[in-house]
Design a protein around this ligand. Structure first.
Ligand code: NAD
Length: 443
């Protein structure tokens, strides 16, 4: 099968590589020359474990190629995936400009029946908009070409994207067309004949499944974070609360880890977008709105906690471990570290930070604070002369650090473990004034 993927970012690139791995002939398009040039040379523009090997393997087999030429890609494929960004607009609604531009381009170049598959996360009703944009372009050319639009939301997790696409929990296909369903079953043939659950539904339902899933996960995180704030005050242990809750099959222990608040390219924008969709249709999304507010509060609470423990932060040096919104990615979009570092710097603190993959992104996302941040070459250097350490992101390499070596470099010895990676380490309290998350500080 010949497949085009328009938008070669975190989703489009992984999707393209995996579909070539499944045997299709894939052409990936992006408007960024820089990205396409890198990819043609076999280099990755993003950090995603396991992706490079698969890219090389399929490039060698000539099953995947890269171009900036949308026309060539549209004309040479039977199925066209759209995986461009749908960031939040100023009012919180999803900005569909990139997606609708791509729809216009497809309408301009389409020359025979094709299935257009939307992988981007979009408000309900967008699939129908894409249909009318393409129809309008075809009509404009006085032609009569058939096509179908499918909603096929993506559920991959950055950092685990390769495994998630090779072995997804489910594939959701939203379309009214029987022909398109059959073609989509062929696209995902490898998964279809294995045990992967497929859900065939209409466009609107598929679009809503994605937002509902992300909003639910965001609610779960905000819920346990709120419980954690209370637990710290009443002397309860949030990890045990989560375990106790999770033993109930109706609740499940997953996504019940307290921390500094959710971030990344999806939860913040998708929760805001569904609230805006609700407004458009006259429905208040009370639960999701509360999750958003709780998440903002959570980030502020982290700064407050550090300030309450350390005292006046003016001139204090804070070593930060991890900047990316989660481990195994270079993605810094709406990472909690951005707000927390900003809060600490506004209190007068100086930051020494290290992140295995996030520094390149942090350099421009935090450029307003460049005078207050030193980016370190390794994880131990963040402790040099520091008053406190803040463990922001749970990269594996931070788990087994030599605590004595770390402490020896410091001026004072506060350790704020925002991800609780050291909570079970018996030695941690010998070396540090250790502040876990969701548990009372004990001397
Ligand atoms: P991204 O910003 O990493 O990638 C989007 C790419 O599209 C960019 O490389 C951009 O240059 C390209 N692009 C924009 N307009 C174009 C055009 N007209 N022609 C060709 N290329 C164009 O975004 P992403 O993280 O991959 O997200 C894409 C979509 O998938 C979003 O809707 C997002 O919500 C959704 N999603 C993301 C994730 C995730 O973890 N990142 C997971 C599930 C769903």
């Amino acid at each position: 099968m010949k497949i085009a993927v328009i938008g070669t970012g975190y989703v489009g690139l992984v999707q393209g590589v995996i579909m070539s791995e499944f045997g299709s002939e894939v052409i990936c398009v992006d408007k960024s020359d820089e990205k396409i040039e890198k990819l043609k040379k076999g280099e990755l523009p993003i950090y995603e474990p396991g992706l490079l090997e698969l890219l090389h393997k399929n490039q060698k087999a000539k099953r995947i190629s890269f171009t900036t030429d949308t026309e060539e890609a549209v004309k040479n494929s039977e199925v066209i995936f759209i995986a461009v960004g749908t960031p939040a607009s100023e009012d919180g609604s999803a900005d569909l400009s990139a997606l609708l531009n791509v729809a216009t381009e497809i309408g301009t170049y389409i020359d025979s029946y094709k299935v257009i598959v939307n992988k981007s996360t979009v408000p309900v009703g967008t699939g129908r908009k894409v249909i009318s944009v393409i129809e309008e372009q075809i009509k404009h050319r006085n032609e009569n070409i058939e096509f179908d639009v499918v909603s096929n939301p993506e559920f991959l997790r950055e950092g685990k994207a390769v495994g998630d696409c090779l072995r997804p929990n489910r594939i959701v296909i939203g379309t009214d067309s029987e022909k398109a369903r059959e073609i989509m079953a062929k696209v995902y043939n490898v998964l279809y004949i294995n045990a992967t659950p497929f859900l065939f539904t209409n466009l609107e339902t598929a679009e809503m499944i994605k937002y509902a899933s992300n909003a639910f996960l965001a609610v779960k995180i905000s819920f346990i974070n709120e419980i954690a704030l209370l637990a710290e005050k009443v002397g309860a242990n949030t990890q045990e609360i989560a375990r106790g809750m999770g033993m109930d099959g109706r609740i499940s222990p997953k996504f019940l880890h307290c921390g500094p608040g959710y971030g990344g390219s999806c939860f913040p924008k998708d929760t805001k977008a569904i609230v805006e969709i609700g407004k458009e249709y006259g429905e208040d999304m009370f639960v999701i709105s509360a999750a958003i507010a709780a998440n903002e509060k959570q980030k502020k609470k982290m700064v407050e906690k550090i300030k309450n423990a350390v005292g006046n932060l003016s001139g204090k040096v804070i070593g930060v471990l991890g900047l990316s919104f989660k481990p195994d990615t270079d993605d810094m979009r709406e990472a909690p570290s951005i707000d927390i570092l900003e809060g600490l710097i506004k209190e007068g603190a100086k930051i020494q930070a290290y992140c295995p993959e996030g520094i390149k992104e942090a350099l421009w996302r935090l450029q307003d604070y460049e005078e207050s941040i030193i980016y370190c070459a390794d994880e131990y250097s963040i402790a040099n002369g520091a008053d406190a350490i803040v463990l922001m992101t749970e990269w594996n390499q931070f788990r087994g650090m030599d605590l004595n070596k770390l402490k020896k470099r410091m001026r004072d010895n506060y350790y704020f473990d925002l991800r609780n990676i050291n909570i079970k380490n018996e030695k941690i309290r010998q070396y540090f004034k250790y502040y876990p998350t969701g548990e009372k500080y004990v001397e």
